[in-house]
Design a protein around this ligand. Structure first.
Ligand SMILES: Cc1ncc(COP(=O)(O)O)c(C=O)c1O
Length: 444
């Protein structure tokens, strides 16, 4: 048990057993929290409590519709408080971080210049392709990031400016100097949007104190896997923009004149929430925010720091493993660790095969590939270790010290002795052959 473990909230599936190819069942070692975190039991319980009352939002006259509308609108207050938003900031429910950043990209005033680093996740990197984009490359360190931004903003054209900042790298877990970057941005009259997808599950966020204008994150990375995300922040650009999605809910009045529709669009927040809102997702996300806030960040960070330190140290001690990082081993980070592996002959190991063996023979779930952040993985892996691919292990509230130890032992054994089963590469990737593992009954 970690020092903070007795204070952290319960996780659905904490005692789940998964099958191995040799016929044994072992506790699931989910070391892939950075992709999607498991559901909090508080979220599951509150969703179950709400479901009998579930009905249409903003539409029906029935009592349950009123309850659902209140639940949906109340969820905004939980999110607002969770991120330290100001009273005038709007809280918009979206599908996820990607959706939130694309929504903001559609609301940029004409002539906006967007500034972004190349280390970002594709969700933060790609939505601005219709705007004038200034690419800031890969900073050599936090000070370099500040210098780069300062120089590029000083030379940028007049007009609206938006700086995109990723709070925590989904590849290296490194924490970016958000407040300092926001200060530079504001000094040059730029707005700031923060991709907080990998920050909010691990550390408190106070967007007002950080000086960021918008934040975006996903419920499924925050222990609320019910399909909701948020964009929170300044209303002005959003209320001046055409709705992100045209449709019901976003429109206050629709008529037809001279053979075409005339539409009066709704005010915020409905203006950018067209279609039937995901009230269950919004409720789940709000419960997760309230639960983490009530737990206290000290317990969460204590629990995760111990796991992350052991994970990094243990991986670093395995011959052939190289940890990936942009800014050195002592830079502050959360429990997301990407690494590459070379085999006993010094050649790059097949990262995908390693991940498949860890799952099939040890019940361990990690991630392999380029993590939707191709540029930073290419930058960190380089050409010397084969295709720009890596492995990533990440911890969270569902992680135990045994999960971490199991990964370290299994990976060390695998690298010295090789797999114990046979594997074949098919279209979908490496798979054990034969694969006797039974799927859960609801899939049969
Ligand atoms: C830093 C970061 N930003 C954005 C995203 C995109 O999140 P989503 O897939 O929930 O939209 C991710 C997902 O991995 C991420 O790690």
């Amino acid at each position: 048990m970690t020092a903070g473990a007795d204070r952290i909230p319960g996780i659905v599936g904490a005692r789940l057993l998964v099958p191995l190819v040799d016929g044994r069942w072992v506790p699931d070692a989910n070391l892939d929290h950075a992709a999607s975190a498991p559901c909090l039991t508080a979220v599951q319980d509150e969703v179950n409590r709400f479901l009998p009352w579930y009905s249409s939002v903003h539409r029906g006259s029935g009592f349950t519709s009123g309850v659902s509308t209140r639940v949906y609108e109340r969820a905004r207050a939980s999110v607002r408080s969770f991120v330290g938003a100001g009273p005038d900031d709007c809280v918009l429910f979206t599908r996820n971080t990607t959706d939130s950043l694309n929504l903001l990209a559609r609301a940029l005033p004409p002539g906006t210049t967007v500034f972004r680093f190349s280390a970002d996740h594709h969700a933060a990197l790609l939505p601005w392709r219709d705007a004038e984009v200034r690419r800031l490359g890969m900073p050599a360190g936090p000070d370099d990031a500040l210098r780069l931004l300062d120089a590029v903003l000083a030379a940028a054209p007049d007009g609206p400016r938006l700086v995109v900042i990723t709070a925590v790298s989904n590849v290296t877990g490194e924490v970016w100097p958000v407040a300092a970057l926001a200060e530079v941005a504001h000094r040059h009259g730029a707005r700031v949007v923060l991709d907080a997808a990998q920050l909010v599950p691990h550390q408190p966020l106070d967007m007002t104190a950080l000086g960021v204008d918008w934040v975006a994150f996903s419920g499924h990375k925050l222990y609320a896997p019910f399909g909701a995300g948020v964009l929170v922040g300044a209303p002005d650009w959003l209320e001046a923009a055409e709705p992100y999605l045209a449709g019901g809910g976003a429109s206050a009045l629709v008529a037809e004149e001279a053979g075409r529709e005339t539409v009066t669009w709704a005010e915020l927040p409905h203006r950018h929430e067209a279609g039937t809102p995901n009230v269950v997702g919004a409720h789940a996300l709000a419960v997760a925010c309230d639960t983490l806030a009530a737990t206290g960040w000290e317990a969460i960070t204590e629990h995760e720091r111990e796991l992350a330190d052991r994970l990094r140290r243990g991986l670093g001690e395995i011959p052939g493993v190289r940890l990936l990082g942009m800014w050195g081993p002592d830079h502050p980070r959360v429990g997301v660790v990407a690494f590459t592996v070379v085999d006993r002959t010094g050649n790059p190991a097949d990262q995908e095969l390693l991940a498949a063996v860890l799952a099939a023979e040890h019940g361990i779930g990690i991630r392999h590939g380029a993590f939707c952040a191709h540029q930073v993985v290419r930058h960190l892996v380089g050409d010397t270790e084969g295709p720009s691919r890596a492995l990533r292990a990440s911890v969270g509230l569902g992680t135990t010290p045994e999960h971490v130890e199991r990964l370290l032992t299994a990976l060390a054994g695998l690298l010295s002795e090789g797999p114990r089963w046979t594997y074949k590469h098919a279209e979908a990737g490496w798979a054990p052959v034969p694969d006797p593992r039974e799927e859960p009954d609801f899939l049969r």
